[in-house]
Design a protein. Structure first.
Length: 140
């Protein structure tokens, strides 16, 4: 329901503009560089991206430790898998209001971060690897 509204709003906001032919990531970057003028476009585009990415992070029977390469990176950058889980949960629980908790790659290092509302790592030059939705509507 929410995702569909974001898609419809984004399509309406970009219809007959140069943004209509751009990828979702390009739309986000262009809008992020022109805030607050393109706030509506940014919010809707970012929420389409955020929700799609979140759903792609989910896997039936998923959970547990990641593959060896990512696990080694987590151990090196974040102090181990158990510490990562603890810190990731703390970021999610500690997000005041609506938003997202993220595992990102930033300058070659893994980091745990959180964003409010529609904000996302892409707008800050980071690569998202994992997210959890902490919007209240995600759980009803």
């Amino acid at each position: 329901k929410h995702h569909g509204a974001y898609v419809t709003n984004l399509n309406n906001l970009t219809k007959d503009t140069d943004l209509a032919s751009k990828s979702l990531e390009e739309v986000i970057k262009v809008a992020a560089a022109d805030l607050p003028a393109k706030q509506g476009i940014f919010n809707n585009a970012a929420q389409v991206w955020n929700h799609t990415f979140f759903w792609n992070c989910l896997k039936k029977g998923g959970g547990g430790k990641p593959g060896a390469k990512l696990l080694a990176k987590i151990e090196a950058d974040l102090g181990g898998f158990d510490k990562f889980k603890e810190d990731f949960k703390a970021a999610a629980v500690g997000q005041f209001g609506s938003g997202w908790a993220w595992l990102v790659l930033d300058g070659g290092k893994l980091k745990i971060t959180k964003t409010a509302n529609a904000d996302l790592p892409l707008a800050h030059g980071q690569k998202a690897l994992l997210t959890v939705d902490v919007w209240d509507h995600a759980y009803y």
